[in-house]
Design a protein around this ligand. Structure first.
Ligand code: FAD
Length: 206
């Protein structure tokens, strides 16, 4: 039975995301997920900041039991000496741009119709469900004025660089020289190029 195109899109997104995370983890030595439960330690703060006390009357507890409110600290997980926990808007932005530019770097010179459709859908979906509302609204506006270009590798990576620069400008950041985008972002170094997108097969591309 054929899969729903959205389902396929999300599966590809998930696979690529895992691939990117693994690659980055290997580069930085920072592993976002524990490979075994023994690597994972919950960190509970010994100081208990007053900002964490919830309601009014129940702040007298001094037991060592972790309450749901204290567990805001406990959401910080110590992995190999580094903290992992909920991300900031900036971290989310960097991770998303990393995903998108890496996708663009692997986008084929001659994409199939399905690949063009997938990328258009991905960008449209991202502008709707991106988990920072302010950013999503801004991105929707940018997309209205700059429709996604998916005709070739150069078109898509050039377009992405351009829209990233629009966001950069709006945040008062430096503009990136788009002629250097291929030098900054490359293909994943997966064994035997196993992570490459295939642009010329007809598997999906009718
Ligand atoms: P980032 O902008 O995250 O860039 C990461 C790296 O990409 C840089 O270090 C640089 O090497 C490279 N790079 C930079 N520009 C380009 C380019 N044009 N082309 C190719 N490579 C480049 N934040 C907000 O506060 N408000 C928003 O409205 C907002 N909207 C966003 C919309 C989207 C779709 C995304 C993905 C993120 C958005 N962000 C927004 C987050 C913001 O863009 C940054 O990701 C965040 O501020 C962190 O910035 P950074 O300086 O670390 O570098």
């Amino acid at each position: 039975m054929s899969q729903n195109p959205l389902q396929r899109l999300f599966q590809s997104f998930e696979k690529l995301s895992i691939c990117i995370q693994t690659h980055l983890s290997n580069l930085t030595g920072h592993h976002p997920y524990p490979s075994s439960p023994s690597e994972e330690k919950i960190l509970v703060s010994s100081s208990s900041p007053s900002s964490l006390s919830s309601s009014s009357s129940s702040s007298s507890s001094s037991s060592s039991k972790v309450t749901p409110l204290q567990s805001r600290d406990a959401t910080q997980i110590l992995l190999k000496g580094k903290f992992a926990g909920p991300v900031t808007k900036e971290e989310l932005g960097r991770a998303t741009w990393t995903f998108l530019h890496t996708l663009a770097a692997q986008y084929p010179e001659k994409p199939t119709r399905q690949q063009k459709k997938d990328v258009k859908e991905l960008i449209a979906i991202l502008s709707r469900i991106y988990p920072c509302k302010e950013c999503a609204d801004h991105f929707k506006e940018i997309l209205r004025a700059n429709p996604v270009q998916t005709g070739s590798h150069d078109e898509f990576s050039g377009w992405l660089c351009h829209v990233h620069n629009i966001v950069n400008r709006s945040l008062g950041k430096l503009v990136f020289p788009c002629e250097r985008v291929d030098a900054r972002w490359g293909r994943l170094e997966c064994e035997q190029r196993a992570c490459d997108l295939q642009g010329t097969t007809t598997e999906f591309g009718k």
